[in-house]
Ligand binder design. Structure first.
Ligand code: PEP
Ligand code: MN
Length: 338
């Protein structure tokens, strides 16, 4: 249930609503907007509570039930788009934030060379997997702790934020120490034990869409991350499984519009994991920016033939440079910049 306070509502009036909700056994989260405060009343049986019990309280403007299963990710709770600041880089603002780097951290040289080059070409965040969720247990699983140390080195030497994936509850704290944004991979979108543990962090978290998750399931997974007050959640469309098998996953460009309609959270697009092939990455990236994506997550490798993971879908540096050039006029056509 969402209780919208009137413009001039006092702190005491807000506190009174909160106390009433607590006394009924509900949890509460506040959105202290610049104009008005919105109180989300959360719990498994808020449906049984009478909206009039809140509507009569002083300072309350309106009370609405949210029919969607997600609440905190919804526009009703937070009407304005969220802007997430990551070490000075704003995600969800005017800039289309390009996060680029190798699929997996392979060595200091590979990561440093890629990071320096993509930063020069306009990337605002460096990506690199240290723990890799591989389909086969016999595939390279990542450099793990050594990979995290290398990412932290890139961050301190180049002064650029880094994003890396966490795959296991046991590594949450170590990943949080080394990364500016924590990534949850598509395969873990509904790993609720992992999401619950991550919800205690204050870090920005990038939540990828599950391989066959609906937008509603994806936003409801975001609510798990927001349940303890973290509002810095970034969604990432990376394609879903369809009948089409000419590329790995079909990018749901329309999800950008749907997310913008129903949610305040920023959404970025990963064309690399959707495409599975470097030749398709530029078109998908351009379509995403034109459709209003707040950023891109792109795999780049200085030498894709030698990549240990996802070489086929990685852009080499000249191709990344070309794409960045081509993206700029598209971004400005939709009143953004890169
Ligand atoms: C990744 O970004 O490294 C990755 C494994 O992507 P996804 O979870 O989308 O498959
Ligand atoms: Mn990859």
């Amino acid at each position: 249930m969402i209780v919208e306070m009137s413009r001039g509502a006092t702190q005491e009036q807000v506190d009174h609503v909160v106390e009433r909700a607590h006394s009924m056994g509900f949890e509460v989260q506040l959105n202290l907007g610049t104009e008005k405060t919105v109180v989300a009343i959360l719990g498994s049986d808020t449906g049984k509570a009478d909206t009039d019990m809140f509507a009569v309280l002083p300072g309350v403007e309106s009370v609405a039930r949210i029919m969607k299963p997600y609440k905190l990710a919804s526009r009703e709770f937070h009407p304005r788009p969220s802007k997430i600041n990551v070490s000075g880089v704003e995600i969800g603002g005017q800039r289309v934030v390009v996060m680029a780097g190798p699929c997996a951290v392979e060595s200091e040289k590979q990561l440093m060379d890629t990071a320096r080059a993509v930063q020069k070409l306009g990337a605002a965040v460096i990506r690199g997997g240290a723990f890799k969720p591989r389909t086969s247990p016999f595939s390279f699983q990542g450099l793990e702790h050594e990979g995290l140390d290398l990412l932290a080195k890139v961050r301190s030497e180049l002064g650029i934020p880094v994003i890396t994936e966490v795959v296991d509850v046991h590594n949450i704290d170590i990943v949080a120490e080394h990364a500016d944004i924590i990534q949850i991979g598509a395969r873990n979108m509904q790993n609720f034990a992992l999401l619950k543990e991550l919800s205690r962090l204050k870090h920005p978290i990038l939540l990828k869409r599950g391989l066959s998750a609906t937008v509603t399931e994806w936003l409801t997974a975001a609510d798990y991350l927001m349940a303890r007050g973290n509002r810095r959640i970034i969604l990432c469309e990376r394609g879903v499984r369809t009948f089409e098998d000419s590329i790995r996953f079909s990018v749901d460009i329309s999800s950008i519009a749907v997310i913008k309609h129903f949610s305040h959270l920023p959404v970025v697009v990963d064309p690399s994991h959707a495409a599975g092939h470097y030749a398709y990455v530029p078109s998908i990236a351009k379509a995403a920016v034109a459709a209003g994506a707040d950023g891109l997550l792109i795999e780049v490798h200085p030498n894709p033939e030698e990549a240990l993971v996802d070489g086929l879908q990685s852009l080499n540096l000249p191709n990344f440079e070309k794409l960045m050039k081509e993206l700029r006029p598209i971004a400005s056509a939709v009143d953004r910049y890169i």
